[in-house]
Ligand binder design. Sequence first.
Ligand code: ADP
Length: 262
Amino acid sequence: MAPIAAADIPSLTLLYKLRKLDKAPTTPVAGATPQNNDRVALLRGDITTLAVDAIVNAANNSLLGGGGVDGAIHRAAGRGLLRECRGLHGCDTGRAKITDAYDLPCRKVIHTVGPVYDGLRPERSEAALRGCYHSSLELAVEHGLKTVAFSGISTGIYGYPSLDACQVACDTVKRFMDQNGDKLDKVVFVTFEAKDVRSYDETLPLYFPPDTETSVDQEKAAEDQAAEAKATASKLPDVPTTDPAQIDSDHAQKKQKQDGES
Ligand code: ADP
């Protein structure tokens, strides 16, 4: 498959414009603004085909390859990747390490180790998953890598519920971009399975709302105001067509007449 350049991966701004992503039906999370929408992107496909600065692998503690996306990355990168990984002596859960990309079209591979989801202690899983996204982005910035594509860390074999993982991913990336957005050109969320496509379609607008959010609200407020003004106007008495001075003089004449008559 031909490599996909970073510039060809649609940003959230473009996806909203093309109506491939819709504003959230509920209020976005506190502090969510459209400011990062040009620098955050979403793509469904095979992460090994992306010609970005770095792809983020959902690795295991050994860093010696495995199933899922890890296997796909090692297969596409070739033996050189495994050789380099052997020298890294593994990686802790929630942390990340970086290697060259060998036969892959990207420049570097960031290997992060997601948590095996622990339903009894979900807060521990969440902290570790946050660590994965945060340390991967830190590594990218440290190495001057400006376009970074994430696979859905822990959402495959490691069993992290898709929607929960997606919220952690969006929140961690949002916070990082709010602080360091100028150091990155594009952060891509790569989805593969339908469940993750749904999760991102639902969650991204809550953390990265469309720019139209304000103008749509403003338009709506203006429409409401106009309707209210019309309703109020219909309840008011008719505007007099006669000049008040004329009414007063007519009234005075009538009064005089009545006085004279009596
Ligand atoms: P983990 O062990 O962290 O759960 P997996 O590799 O099993 O890692 O799954 C992580 C995510 O990667 C899942 O969302 C899975 O659908 C996705 N995935 C699998 N293969 C690819 C691929 N070639 N490109 C992008 N994402 C992939």
